[in-house]
Design a protein. Structure first.
Length: 308
């Protein structure tokens, strides 16, 4: 296969991940002040097309990948599974083989992580994970880029994840050892991270500390991170909202972190549920820089995948 897949952060070594973040910072700086649709110098992905397949809703992933391809001098085609024969039972394997004949790379947002893995196995072009039930690696690359922009040295930093030990939390766990930060996770036992992700973190030298309260996880943190209590595909919304209520990031919770602590949230957010408006709209919040950096980080991921 020409190129490389980007399915999970732990599949890459720390030098490759570093190369992607460095490229993202440099490309962002090089086009500061430009109109958003202008093509980067050298049009690194000229002539290349990305297919984007969505089995779930998306605002940021959809627009940021589309603009990423435009800025790199390429183009994209978007479809939802319902628009495709995939939604009528055509196999992942055949879809992967067919799309590989038309496009240069594929980004997939899927319900089941195993579908992305199967797609990658049968595709002959790079496949990028645009979120599954298990992980969200593109988000974490943008988040880490954002922290670096705001002066956080990742090696030795203490990041606190509070709420549901979900797909986004899993990708932070996969990144901990690669970038040398500690991840303190505060979740109720019922919504604790999966053992499989804890094993991956351990095998990649990630320092993960598990707590059952938000207060313990956040104490002394450099960064506090929240996500929705009810992810796409979760069927137990009522129970989640009840059990996770004590894990909301309020101003009192944020006060337990370092005075300089930053707040991250991948969005979409639910003010008054997992985070108070005073926090997400306050001076410590980086959420819109995070959203912007999806674009810059994914441009670097696309170039890494296509070796351009
Ligand atoms: N954070 C994120 O992936 O947002 P979307 O669901 O809008 O793509
Ligand atoms: N955990 C959330 C993230 C959305 C970007 C979900 O999977 O719905």
């Amino acid at each position: 296969m020409a190129g490389r897949h980007f399915i999970d952060i732990w599949h890459l070594d720390h030098l490759e991940l570093r190369e992607i973040l460095d490229m993202a910072h440099a490309m962002k700086a090089a086009r500061k002040g430009w109109p958003k649709g202008r093509v980067d110098d050298g049009a690194p992905l000229e002539g290349h097309t990305l297919a984007m397949l969505f089995e779930k809703a998306s605002t940021r992933t959809r627009f940021s990948f589309d603009m990423a391809m435009r800025q790199l001098g390429g183009s994209s085609i978007t479809a939802t599974a319902g628009d495709m024969q995939l939604g009528r039972g055509e196999t992942i394997e055949d879809t992967a083989r067919v799309l590989s004949r038309y496009v240069d790379a594929v980004m997939i947002r899927a319900n089941d992580h195993s579908d992305v893995e199967a797609f990658a196995e049968f595709a002959s072009v790079p496949v990028i994970n645009g979120l599954t039930d298990r992980s969200h690696p593109c988000q974490i690359m943008a988040d880490l880029m954002t922290l670096e922009e705001h002066g956080v040295t990742l090696r030795g930093a203490r990041l606190a994840w509070v709420g549901d030990g979900n797909n986004v939390c899993a990708s932070f766990m996969h990144a901990a050892g690669k970038f040398g930060f500690t991840l303190a996770v505060g979740t109720p036992a019922r919504y604790a991270p999966d053992d499989e992700d804890l094993d991956i973190a351990r095998e990649t030298q990630g320092r993960i500390e598990l707590f059952e309260t938000a207060e313990e996880a956040v104490a002394g943190a450099d960064v506090v991170i929240a996500d929705t209590f009810v992810s796409m595909g979760d069927s137990d919304a009522e129970r989640r909202l009840e059990i996770l209520e004590p894990y909301a990031v309020t101003e009192d919770i944020l006060d337990l972190a370092k005075p300089s602590a930053w707040f991250l949230h991948c969005l979409p957010a639910h003010r008054g549920e997992e985070v108070d408006a005073e926090v997400i709209d306050g001076a410590h919040s980086l959420v819109f820089d995070e959203a912007e950096n999806r674009l810059h980080a994914q441009k670097a991921i696309l170039r890494w995948c296509l070796e351009k």
